[in-house]
Design a protein around this ligand. Sequence first.
Ligand SMILES: NC(=O)c1ccc[n+]([C@@H]2O[C@H](COP(=O)([O-])OP(=O)(O)OC[C@H]3O[C@@H](n4cnc5c(N)ncnc54)[C@H](OP(=O)(O)O)[C@@H]3O)[C@@H](O)[C@H]2O)c1
Length: 278
Amino acid sequence: MILVTAATGNVGRELVPQLVHAGQPVRAGTRHPEQLTLDGAEAVRFDFGDEASVRAALQGVRAVYLVVPETIEMEQVGRSLDLMREAGVQQVVLQSGFGAEQGDNPLGEAEDVVRDSGLSWTILRPNWFMQNYNQMFQKGIRERHEFAEPAGEHPTSFIDTRDIAAAAVTVLTQPGHDGEVYPLTGPQSIDRHAVAAALSEALGHSITYRPVDDDGFVEFMTSTGESDEEEARAIAAIYPPIRAGETASLTPDVRRLTGREGHTIGDFARHYRSDWER
Ligand SMILES: NC(=O)c1ccc[n+]([C@@H]2O[C@H](COP(=O)([O-])OP(=O)(O)OC[C@H]3O[C@@H](n4cnc5c(N)ncnc54)[C@H](OP(=O)(O)O)[C@@H]3O)[C@@H](O)[C@H]2O)c1
């Protein structure tokens, strides 16, 4: 049995069906299992803040795909790893982030906790998700035909979360990945004007990227109703690595783990087109 945490999240919602398709028994962890309808997987309550739910979700589990939501304290992550060890879990795959090893990064801390857990571990470090554009920028793109970010003209090798999930399937089901760290990127390094161009082409009308400073970003996110001010400021605070050119490089790890190239931004925009249509 494989437990996928944050099964309703950007990667989890792709990973659960891919594991089911690969013939694996899957348990999908969410704080609201009653709201989750799944084909071939079992929805289970999993809340880092509720130890009993973690303990119950881990019964009979061989491997865990671990996502650390931004609101979670590192102590809770450490405690969950203790419970995994006690429950006889053999493998943990941590979803970290590109460049997590640099600076003062909470995901770097999560990596340390996982490395020290005594469990067999693998770390995935995905770059910025393409799916941010049909999640946190969805309303701006749909209603105003624009999105705004404090990212200037700096390129990012965005990754489609379907490719992160595919890489995770390999790591969770094939031997040879213990103690490995995989930085995962898409196949292209592009600036946000190129993202807007791909969205424009898929939607058949013009979508514009507006480079802004942090205040402009907060104004954009709060006025579209996607975030409150506190959340928007917290998101703005994760852009400096983009402006420092640290999210631009390409890695071969998606191809190495999945046997194929990752999706392009054009593939992404075409696939999710209905998310931005009225
Ligand atoms: N977005 C990106 O571009 C990006 C890039 C690289 C790395 N990351 C990292 O990926 C992780 C996920 O980020 P995301 O923005 O994509 O979010 P996400 O996975 O789409 O959403 C957050 C998920 O966390 C779950 N969750 C929230 N509180 C929880 C709790 N107390 N206990 C258990 N589960 C809880 C939610 O599930 P329920 O509400 O169903 O419980 C939801 O599925 C973060 O560590 C982030 O830093 C993100």
